[in-house]
Every structure is written in structure tokens, then in C-alpha cells.
Design a protein around this ligand. Structure first.
Ligand code: NI
Length: 134
């Protein structure tokens, strides 16, 4: 059985590879390379898989899951500039893929290993990435 908590956060970022020339960065990343940054309304789906607890009828208490996501993701990332404000991305391009990778590892440390953890991060209505640790 899988259950999901959906949370949102807003953040600014800029995709840039400091090892490349300005021209190559502009060519590869396009508008996402805008030097003055741009924002997204990120939607994070956190999926937890496990057995139904016969005493509660829950797989996991979604309030507890929500609190973990608030602490690990919303508090540090919401209304931030990911490149400038968040040490996780000091040397890491904050693409949706890298953001999802960072988030998954932060959540994994807080969720009982008996559960399987999967996340989907929506950067726009049309673009999302999925990560399950592999
Ligand atoms: Ni972007």
C-alpha cells in the first residue's frame, strides 16, 4: 500500500555550470540561465509504501510525514533562492533532478527504513522528476 503527502514550496534558482563559458551556459540552459534568477512553484509528492498497521489502519500517520517534510524541505527551501540561500546547492546545479535527489536523501534519513520512499517533484505543470533512491 502506498500513501502520498503533497506539499508545495516556492523558490528561485538559476541553472549554471561555472566550468562553462557564459555563451555555453546560455545555449544549454536558455532562460533558466537568467543571471538574475527566476522562480518556480514546486509541488512535492512524497510517497511512502508499507503495510497497513492493524491498530491504526494507517500505513504512516500523514501528519507526522507532513511535519517531516515541513522541517526538512519547506523550512529550508520555501521562499529562498536555492543557489544563494541553501548550502545544499552551493556547489550543485539546482535542477529539478538535483533538488529531488537532495530532498529524497533528507527525507530518507527521517523516515523509518521499514518504509519504501519515492518522491515526485513537479517544477512546472508539465515537467516533473521521480526518484526512489535508484
Ligand atoms: Ni527553472
Amino acid at each position: 500500500m502506498k500513501v502520498c503527502r503533497r506539499e508545495t514550496f516556492n523558490a528561485a534558482h538559476r541553472l549554471n555550470n561555472p566550468a562553462w563559458s557564459e555563451e555555453k551556459n546560455a545555449q544549454v540552459f536558455g532562460l533558466c540561465n537568467n543571471p538574475n534568477y527566476h522562480g518556480h512553484n514546486y509541488v512535492l509528492e512524497t510517497w511512502v509504501e508499507g503495510d497497513i498497521d492493524p491498530e491504526t489502519g494507517y500505513v504512516i500517520d500523514l501528519k507526522i510525514l507532513s511535519d517531516i517534510i515541513s522541517r526538512e524541505v519547506k523550512d529550508p527551501f520555501d521562499h529562498r533562492n536555492l543557489n544563494l540561500d541553501c548550502p545544499e546547492f552551493a556547489g550543485l546545479n539546482p535542477s529539478a533532478e538535483n533538488i529531488a535527489h537532495v530532498i529524497w536523501h533528507k527525507l530518507r534519513k527521517q523516515i523509518d527504513p521499514k518504509y519504501k520512499l519515492e518522491i515526485r517533484l513537479w517544477e512546472t505543470d508539465r515537467n516533473s522528476v521521480f526518484f526512489d533512491g535508484n
